[in-house]
Design a protein around this ligand. Structure first.
Ligand SMILES: Nc1ncnc2c1ncn2[C@@H]1O[C@H](COP(=O)(O)OP(=O)(O)OP(=O)(O)O)[C@@H](O)[C@H]1O
Ligand SMILES: [Mg+2]
Length: 157
């Protein structure tokens, strides 16, 4: 059973839900975005960064970290990382990225997070992007530390 399912018919629905999550993110959070290629993970992560850090100012560009693997943003002393681990092959590359450091200093959103091991220390939110019958569903569940915040979203929606 998922804690929460958001039906996203249009990009704007995904952006709206990203804005809700952006308002809840705190230091030491890790948001894991799973789902097939092109299912909307970067769209979601970009919306979080734009709304939380750039006040939706369109002058800022939030690229996909497909090739850079990791981008970090800092605004008003708040740090957020955005990683895409699709191309990461092994644990050595993971060590170089040092994702734990970003989580310790701020928060982190990760696409293709399957290679992350369970020793990582964070409050984890899992979001699965599933396309069914041409509709995107965002399946949300607590990975430790997000239960109350997920409940607060459920109560509002
Ligand atoms: N409801 C929706 N939510 C999010 N994106 C949508 C939706 N409907 C259509 N799209 C489009 O689908 C595409 C999703 O691309 P995006 O780069 O976000 O996927 P991704 O999951 O990050 O892919 P990858 O696995 O390659 O990193 C975008 O072009 C976006 O405009
Ligand atoms: Mg992507």
């Amino acid at each position: 059973m998922k804690d929460l399912i958001i039906r996203s018919e249009r990009v704007q629905d995904t952006e709206k839900f990203a804005n809700v999550i952006a308002s809840l993110i705190k230091k030491h959070d890790l948001i894991l975005l799973k789902g097939e290629l092109g299912s909307g993970k970067t769209t979601f992560a970009r919306s979080i960064i734009n709304s939380k850090y750039f006040a939706n100012d369109v002058g800022h560009i939030v690229p996909s970290p497909t090739f850079s693997l990791l981008q970090t943003y800092e605004f008003n002393k708040r740090i957020i990382g955005h990683a895409d681990l699709y191309r990461v092959q092994n644990k050595e590359e993971m060590t170089v990225l040092d994702l734990q450091k970003i989580i310790d200093e701020g928060s982190l959103i990760v696409e293709w997070p399957e290679i992350i091991d369970s020793t990582i220390s964070a409050n984890i939110l899992n979001i699965n992007f599933e396309i069914q019958d041409n509709t995107l569903n965002l399946l949300v569940d607590d990975g430790g530390g997000w239960k109350d915040r997920i409940r607060s979203i459920s109560l509002k929606s």
